[in-house]
Design a protein around this ligand. Structure first.
Ligand SMILES: [Zn+2]
Length: 63
């Protein structure tokens, strides 16, 4: 199920394995490859935005 573009996982760079997961009352994006989880948010859309925001930060060159 895809609703909008998710950025690649900030930890392993996987593009195809990020999925939306839900807990009791929150949503978060999870990478099925390295099991990294994005910040939990109240809505699915917010979780995706939060994931993308973190992915952008993580793609900054380390040196
Ligand atoms: Zn990953």
């Amino acid at each position: 199920m895809t609703r909008a573009a998710l950025l690649p996982c900030p930890f392993c760079g996987e593009r195809q394995t990020s999925t939306i997961a839900s807990d009791v009352d929150c949503y978060f994006v999870r990478c099925e490859d390295c099991l990294a989880e994005g910040p939990p948010e109240d809505t699915l859309d917010e979780a995706m935005v939060a994931w993308n925001a973190r992915a952008e930060i993580a793609t900054t060159p380390r040196r």
